[in-house]
Write a new protein. Structure first.
Length: 280
Protein backbone atom coordinates (compact mmCIF):
# COMPACT_ATOMS: atom_id res chain seq x y z
CA UNK A 1 0.00 0.00 0.00
CA UNK A 2 2.82 2.35 0.87
CA UNK A 3 4.34 1.86 -2.58
CA UNK A 4 1.04 2.67 -4.20
CA UNK A 5 0.74 5.90 -2.19
CA UNK A 6 4.23 7.02 -3.23
CA UNK A 7 3.42 6.23 -6.85
CA UNK A 8 0.21 8.20 -6.67
CA UNK A 9 2.01 11.14 -5.10
CA UNK A 10 4.65 11.03 -7.81
CA UNK A 11 1.95 11.04 -10.42
CA UNK A 12 0.39 14.09 -8.81
CA UNK A 13 3.73 15.91 -8.81
CA UNK A 14 4.26 15.01 -12.47
CA UNK A 15 0.79 16.29 -13.33
CA UNK A 16 1.52 19.59 -11.59
CA UNK A 17 4.80 19.88 -13.45
CA UNK A 18 3.11 19.30 -16.77
CA UNK A 19 0.45 21.87 -15.91
CA UNK A 20 3.14 24.45 -15.07
CA UNK A 21 4.92 23.69 -18.33
CA UNK A 22 1.70 24.19 -20.24
CA UNK A 23 1.21 27.57 -18.55
CA UNK A 24 4.73 28.53 -19.59
CA UNK A 25 3.82 27.66 -23.17
CA UNK A 26 0.97 30.15 -23.05
CA UNK A 27 3.47 32.86 -22.15
CA UNK A 28 5.40 32.03 -25.30
CA UNK A 29 2.35 32.94 -27.37
CA UNK A 30 2.84 36.58 -26.45
CA UNK A 31 6.10 36.71 -28.42
CA UNK A 32 6.52 38.06 -31.94
CA UNK A 33 6.70 34.50 -33.25
CA UNK A 34 3.26 33.61 -31.96
CA UNK A 35 1.05 31.86 -34.48
CA UNK A 36 -1.95 31.14 -32.26
CA UNK A 37 -4.99 33.32 -31.79
CA UNK A 38 -4.99 32.62 -28.03
CA UNK A 39 -2.03 34.94 -27.43
CA UNK A 40 -0.78 38.15 -28.97
CA UNK A 41 0.96 38.96 -32.21
CA UNK A 42 3.57 41.66 -32.69
CA UNK A 43 3.40 43.51 -35.99
CA UNK A 44 5.91 46.04 -37.31
CA UNK A 45 4.63 49.32 -38.77
CA UNK A 46 5.77 52.90 -39.18
CA UNK A 47 4.67 55.35 -36.47
CA UNK A 48 5.26 58.59 -38.38
CA UNK A 49 3.66 58.25 -41.82
CA UNK A 50 0.14 59.74 -42.08
CA UNK A 51 -2.16 57.66 -44.24
CA UNK A 52 0.08 54.60 -43.89
CA UNK A 53 1.30 54.02 -40.37
CA UNK A 54 0.75 56.70 -37.74
CA UNK A 55 0.64 56.55 -33.95
CA UNK A 56 -2.00 59.06 -32.95
CA UNK A 57 -2.04 61.27 -29.83
CA UNK A 58 -4.50 58.96 -28.07
CA UNK A 59 -2.17 55.98 -28.57
CA UNK A 60 -4.20 54.37 -31.36
CA UNK A 61 -2.87 53.62 -34.84
CA UNK A 62 -4.18 54.58 -38.27
CA UNK A 63 -3.26 54.23 -41.92
CA UNK A 64 -3.42 51.88 -44.87
CA UNK A 65 -0.59 49.66 -43.62
CA UNK A 66 -2.34 49.48 -40.24
CA UNK A 67 -5.59 48.44 -41.92
CA UNK A 68 -3.81 45.80 -43.98
CA UNK A 69 -1.92 44.47 -40.95
CA UNK A 70 -5.10 44.35 -38.85
CA UNK A 71 -6.98 42.47 -41.56
CA UNK A 72 -4.14 39.99 -42.03
CA UNK A 73 -3.80 39.41 -38.29
CA UNK A 74 -7.53 38.75 -38.06
CA UNK A 75 -7.25 36.11 -40.77
CA UNK A 76 -4.39 34.56 -38.79
CA UNK A 77 -6.73 34.27 -35.80
CA UNK A 78 -6.12 37.46 -33.82
CA UNK A 79 -8.59 40.06 -32.61
CA UNK A 80 -7.64 43.76 -32.75
CA UNK A 81 -6.88 43.83 -29.01
CA UNK A 82 -4.43 40.95 -29.49
CA UNK A 83 -2.28 42.96 -31.92
CA UNK A 84 0.73 44.78 -30.54
CA UNK A 85 2.09 47.29 -33.04
CA UNK A 86 5.84 47.82 -32.89
CA UNK A 87 7.65 50.73 -34.53
CA UNK A 88 10.04 49.41 -37.16
CA UNK A 89 12.12 52.08 -38.80
CA UNK A 90 13.42 51.44 -42.30
CA UNK A 91 16.99 50.72 -41.25
CA UNK A 92 15.95 48.10 -38.67
CA UNK A 93 13.28 46.12 -40.50
CA UNK A 94 15.44 43.15 -41.48
CA UNK A 95 16.97 42.93 -38.01
CA UNK A 96 13.57 43.09 -36.31
CA UNK A 97 12.43 40.06 -38.29
CA UNK A 98 15.66 38.14 -37.77
CA UNK A 99 15.52 38.73 -34.00
CA UNK A 100 11.89 37.69 -33.81
CA UNK A 101 10.81 41.07 -32.47
CA UNK A 102 7.77 40.95 -34.74
CA UNK A 103 5.86 38.29 -36.66
CA UNK A 104 5.55 40.38 -39.80
CA UNK A 105 6.11 43.92 -41.04
CA UNK A 106 3.76 46.12 -43.07
CA UNK A 107 5.61 49.43 -43.37
CA UNK A 108 5.96 50.73 -46.95
CA UNK A 109 8.39 47.83 -47.37
CA UNK A 110 9.31 47.70 -51.07
CA UNK A 111 10.21 44.24 -52.34
CA UNK A 112 13.73 44.23 -53.79
CA UNK A 113 16.15 41.48 -54.78
CA UNK A 114 18.61 42.67 -52.16
CA UNK A 115 16.06 42.51 -49.35
CA UNK A 116 14.86 39.09 -50.47
CA UNK A 117 18.28 37.75 -49.55
CA UNK A 118 17.51 38.56 -45.91
CA UNK A 119 13.74 38.25 -45.51
CA UNK A 120 10.76 36.62 -47.22
CA UNK A 121 7.87 38.66 -48.57
CA UNK A 122 4.15 38.09 -48.87
CA UNK A 123 2.30 40.15 -51.45
CA UNK A 124 2.76 42.63 -52.95
CA UNK A 125 -0.32 44.39 -51.57
CA UNK A 126 0.22 47.86 -53.11
CA UNK A 127 1.98 49.19 -56.19
CA UNK A 128 3.23 52.70 -55.50
CA UNK A 129 5.33 55.05 -57.63
CA UNK A 130 7.80 57.82 -56.99
CA UNK A 131 5.94 61.05 -57.66
CA UNK A 132 5.84 64.76 -56.92
CA UNK A 133 3.59 66.64 -54.53
CA UNK A 134 2.95 70.27 -55.47
CA UNK A 135 0.60 73.02 -54.44
CA UNK A 136 -2.86 73.01 -55.94
CA UNK A 137 -2.69 75.36 -58.90
CA UNK A 138 1.03 74.82 -59.43
CA UNK A 139 2.31 74.96 -63.01
CA UNK A 140 4.51 71.89 -62.40
CA UNK A 141 2.96 69.05 -64.37
CA UNK A 142 5.99 67.14 -65.64
CA UNK A 143 9.50 66.39 -64.47
CA UNK A 144 11.24 68.95 -66.65
CA UNK A 145 9.15 71.71 -65.05
CA UNK A 146 11.34 71.28 -61.98
CA UNK A 147 14.33 72.91 -63.69
CA UNK A 148 15.09 76.04 -61.71
CA UNK A 149 12.64 75.00 -58.97
CA UNK A 150 13.31 73.85 -55.40
CA UNK A 151 12.74 70.12 -54.87
CA UNK A 152 12.57 68.64 -51.38
CA UNK A 153 13.19 65.17 -50.01
CA UNK A 154 14.56 63.76 -46.76
CA UNK A 155 18.21 63.42 -45.89
CA UNK A 156 19.57 60.09 -47.11
CA UNK A 157 16.83 59.55 -49.69
CA UNK A 158 17.78 59.01 -53.33
CA UNK A 159 14.43 60.23 -54.66
CA UNK A 160 15.36 63.87 -55.25
CA UNK A 161 18.78 62.95 -56.62
CA UNK A 162 17.15 60.55 -59.09
CA UNK A 163 14.93 63.34 -60.39
CA UNK A 164 17.90 65.70 -60.63
CA UNK A 165 20.08 63.17 -62.46
CA UNK A 166 17.53 61.84 -64.92
CA UNK A 167 14.87 64.49 -65.50
CA UNK A 168 15.62 67.97 -64.19
CA UNK A 169 19.37 68.66 -63.88
CA UNK A 170 18.73 72.28 -62.98
CA UNK A 171 16.43 71.48 -60.07
CA UNK A 172 17.64 72.85 -56.73
CA UNK A 173 17.71 70.04 -54.19
CA UNK A 174 16.67 70.75 -50.61
CA UNK A 175 16.96 68.15 -47.85
CA UNK A 176 15.09 68.06 -44.55
CA UNK A 177 15.19 65.55 -41.72
CA UNK A 178 11.66 64.27 -42.34
CA UNK A 179 8.79 64.46 -44.80
CA UNK A 180 6.66 66.50 -42.42
CA UNK A 181 9.30 69.24 -42.67
CA UNK A 182 9.22 68.99 -46.47
CA UNK A 183 5.44 69.31 -46.50
CA UNK A 184 5.58 72.34 -44.21
CA UNK A 185 8.19 73.88 -46.52
CA UNK A 186 5.93 73.25 -49.50
CA UNK A 187 3.02 74.89 -47.71
CA UNK A 188 5.09 77.98 -46.87
CA UNK A 189 6.57 78.26 -50.36
CA UNK A 190 10.12 77.48 -49.25
CA UNK A 191 10.15 74.65 -51.81
CA UNK A 192 8.16 74.05 -54.98
CA UNK A 193 7.73 70.26 -54.84
CA UNK A 194 8.32 67.24 -52.63
CA UNK A 195 9.25 63.82 -53.99
CA UNK A 196 8.96 60.27 -52.62
CA UNK A 197 6.46 57.42 -53.05
CA UNK A 198 3.03 58.66 -54.12
CA UNK A 199 1.36 56.70 -51.30
CA UNK A 200 3.46 58.54 -48.70
CA UNK A 201 2.77 61.91 -50.33
CA UNK A 202 -0.95 61.15 -50.53
CA UNK A 203 -1.01 60.24 -46.86
CA UNK A 204 0.45 63.59 -45.83
CA UNK A 205 -1.76 65.54 -48.24
CA UNK A 206 -4.86 63.79 -46.90
CA UNK A 207 -4.37 65.21 -43.41
CA UNK A 208 -7.14 67.57 -42.32
CA UNK A 209 -4.75 70.51 -41.98
CA UNK A 210 -3.63 70.14 -45.60
CA UNK A 211 -6.83 69.08 -47.37
CA UNK A 212 -7.19 70.78 -50.73
CA UNK A 213 -3.81 72.51 -50.56
CA UNK A 214 -1.73 69.96 -52.51
CA UNK A 215 -1.98 67.63 -55.47
CA UNK A 216 0.00 64.73 -56.89
CA UNK A 217 1.62 65.27 -60.28
CA UNK A 218 1.02 61.64 -61.26
CA UNK A 219 4.42 61.11 -62.91
CA UNK A 220 5.05 57.46 -61.89
CA UNK A 221 8.82 57.85 -61.81
CA UNK A 222 9.40 54.36 -60.38
CA UNK A 223 7.57 51.19 -59.34
CA UNK A 224 7.50 50.36 -55.62
CA UNK A 225 5.96 46.97 -54.84
CA UNK A 226 4.99 47.03 -51.15
CA UNK A 227 5.22 43.62 -49.52
CA UNK A 228 4.75 42.22 -46.04
CA UNK A 229 8.09 41.18 -44.60
CA UNK A 230 8.38 37.83 -42.82
CA UNK A 231 11.36 36.10 -41.21
CA UNK A 232 13.49 34.29 -43.76
CA UNK A 233 12.35 30.69 -44.20
CA UNK A 234 8.90 31.09 -42.65
CA UNK A 235 7.01 29.97 -45.75
CA UNK A 236 4.00 28.87 -43.72
CA UNK A 237 3.33 32.43 -42.56
CA UNK A 238 4.01 33.83 -46.04
CA UNK A 239 1.39 31.49 -47.52
CA UNK A 240 -1.17 32.37 -44.83
CA UNK A 241 -0.64 36.10 -45.35
CA UNK A 242 -0.96 35.74 -49.13
CA UNK A 243 -4.29 33.98 -48.63
CA UNK A 244 -5.41 36.80 -46.33
CA UNK A 245 -4.39 39.48 -48.84
CA UNK A 246 -6.30 37.76 -51.63
CA UNK A 247 -9.40 37.68 -49.44
CA UNK A 248 -8.97 41.34 -48.52
CA UNK A 249 -9.06 42.25 -52.19
CA UNK A 250 -11.94 39.94 -53.11
CA UNK A 251 -14.27 41.07 -50.31
CA UNK A 252 -13.72 44.78 -51.05
CA UNK A 253 -11.86 45.60 -47.83
CA UNK A 254 -8.68 46.53 -49.71
CA UNK A 255 -10.33 49.21 -51.85
CA UNK A 256 -12.20 50.60 -48.84
CA UNK A 257 -8.90 50.98 -47.00
CA UNK A 258 -7.33 52.77 -49.98
CA UNK A 259 -10.25 55.19 -50.24
CA UNK A 260 -10.34 55.90 -46.51
CA UNK A 261 -6.63 56.63 -46.16
CA UNK A 262 -5.69 58.21 -49.49
CA UNK A 263 -8.97 59.43 -50.97
CA UNK A 264 -8.82 63.01 -49.65
CA UNK A 265 -5.59 63.52 -51.64
CA UNK A 266 -7.25 62.34 -54.86
CA UNK A 267 -4.79 59.45 -55.00
CA UNK A 268 -5.25 57.50 -58.22
CA UNK A 269 -4.10 54.12 -56.99
CA UNK A 270 -3.23 51.17 -59.16
CA UNK A 271 -5.44 48.12 -58.98
CA UNK A 272 -4.52 45.64 -56.26
CA UNK A 273 -1.45 43.75 -57.49
CA UNK A 274 -1.52 40.02 -57.97
CA UNK A 275 0.25 37.98 -55.35
CA UNK A 276 3.81 37.17 -56.40
CA UNK A 277 3.79 39.52 -59.40
CA UNK A 278 6.47 42.20 -59.13
CA UNK A 279 6.22 45.15 -61.51
CA UNK A 280 9.70 46.27 -62.53
Amino acid sequence: MKLRKVTAASAAVLALALTATACGGDDDKDSGSSSSGSGKIKVGIKFDQPGLGLKQPDGSYAGFDVDVATYVAKQLGYKPDQIEFVETKSADRENALARGDVKFIAATYSITDERKQKVDFAGPYLLAHQDLLVKTGSDISKGTDLNGKKLCSVTGSTSAQNVHDTIAPKAQLKEYSGYSECIAALQSGAVDAVTTDDSILAGFAAQDKYKGQFKLAGLKLSNENYGIGVKKGDTTTVNKINTALEKMVSDGSWQKAVAANFGPANYKNEQAPKIGVIVK
